[in-house]
Design a protein around this ligand. Sequence first.
Ligand code: KG4
Ligand code: ZN
Length: 364
Amino acid sequence: MSTDPATIVLGIETSCDETAAAVVRRDALGRAEVLSSVVASQTEAHKPFGGVVPEIAARAHVEIIDRIAREAMADAGLGFDNLDGVAATAGPGLVGGVMVGLSFGKAVALARGLPLVAVNHLEGHALSARLAADAPYPFLLLLVSGGHCQLLTVEGVGACRRLGSTIDDAAGEAFDKVAKVLGLGYPGGPALEALASGGDPTRFALPRALLGRKDCDFSFSGLKTAAARIAQAECRTEQDRADLAAAVQAAIARQLAERADRAMALYVQDHDHRLFVVAGGVAANRTVRRVLEETAAARGFAFLAPPMQYCTDNAAMIAYAGAERLAAGLTSDLGAAARPRWPLDEASALADPTHKPGRKGAKA
Ligand code: KG4
Ligand code: ZN
């Protein structure tokens, strides 16, 4: 244990196709300093399959997790004796991978007599804006990645409330699936954005999901089906493909903005401070960012998107969420289980049948 009033935490992230470790220092006021952040992506291993293969992901995590963790410690210039705790993602995610990182975290905690914090991956994303900017609680968060699409109020650590989430695909999944139809390979989001830059977003009409609904839920599966039909029937030239990519990108951005707008209207009913944060891999998309920034400005919200390296999966956000929990006395025991599904806001998830966990339910 250090005598510093700050806490230094090693974070481990293995819930999807990134093996990541990071060391974060949290001061007594909750400010973060990222001492190191190492991310090893498995993209190349999954590319031939057009998506993440769970068994390949788990094996790849096993092979490199100890090296990545040692690298994070070396980059931070610290030894294990300097740590105040170990935080590992315990879900939601591909459970084979989650077990690798959580077991590794448990082993370090046990060997070094350190407290363990089993972190919800979504809480890591939820707090990620605080890694590089002053983002005081509470704030409104749109979390948009390949696995998640939800709107949350973030009141503090352990106090997130979900306002809405996808009833089928996540936004990043929609980008990836349409990219696959257009033959753009995996991961598709960045490639689709590049193709869309030369396209006319108004040429093809696409369906607008959940129009007229007053809630903050999302749906992208109809969009994907319509895009696949247009791709097959009407896309002959490179310009046709660019126009379809632009239309899909605009439709995804518009839906995100519409639901974010609704969430802002609800949020201001019981909050004074207006801050809107977008996090997750899809926040890298410039059209999505621009449309959300405009929506936030129209509602009088400040807009914040974490730097890209903290938007996509990383362990700094897990270490920071762990440090926040440690400071609040919220530690886990060594029996903590890996959870494939783990809603951030369990109470409202259980009360809402649309989002019940299950084969067809939303992922988190
Ligand atoms: O947060 P992330 O790295 O991983 C998780 O899913 O947790 O997000 C990856 C997702 C993928 O679906 C990827 O296609 C999408 O984010 N993405 C993008 C862009 N960059 C990444 N989607 C649209 N435009 C982009 N520029
Ligand atoms: Zn993620």
